[in-house]
Design a protein around this ligand. Sequence first.
Ligand code: BTN
Length: 250
Amino acid sequence: MDFTILHFDSIDSTNTEAINQAKKGAPEGLCVVARQQTAGRGRQGRVWISEKDAGLYFSLVLRPKIEIKFLPLLTLMSAVAVSEVLREVYKLEPDIKWVNDVLSNEKKICGILAEMTETGKGLAVIIGIGINLKSSNFPVEIAEIAISIEAETGQTPDVKELLESLTKNLDKYYKILSGENGAAKIRRAWAENSSYFSGKMVCVRLENETIFGETGGLEENGALRIKQESGEIKIVQAGDVTNLRKAASN
Ligand code: BTN
């Protein structure tokens, strides 16, 4: 994939800009990067606090040719790509919390928001990635659950180097997903990078209920299987997962 990067000093949301660019016909590989977002968006309508230079705010336009049922794997693929960068470049020991949070020492270091949009050239998927570079200005409630590359390594990361490794890895895993047996390969890579794949006691907040149970692997589209105490298996397509062991020790 050829990457073209549009840099902004300040923008509402790089995902919104990438959606607009895709609607105007932007090709796959267009990236939007900003030093600050004034209306950064997280999953489930949440706000993504995006102070100047405190994070990498990045969105990539994709025009995937994979089967529609496998589109959710684009999120898993992106989390794997980020994890590998954090491990190889910054020597961290990241863990992916289903479905797309990348953690370091059980605190969130990266969030991913994938959004789909119809365009004149067909369906586009925007992969929005926020990586915490510095922790200094985290509000108190965020400081307890989030961490940054700077706090973990003692060094301020070089944004250009981070961007290069990130785009290289996104390209690598996107090629794998788009190739032969790509879906299975991405599920395997995700499993290797996540302690949440199986045997983890979790609480999952769904739209209308909260369930408890043990993780029991992924469905073919990346949905998470939860074995409830009753023996019933619930397939979770979207929801917020919390590690129960950690919650209990708090
Ligand atoms: C989450 O964990 O809730 C997802 C957070 C995604 C944040 C990134 S920052 C770059 C891109 N632009 C946005 O408005 N959101 C994503």
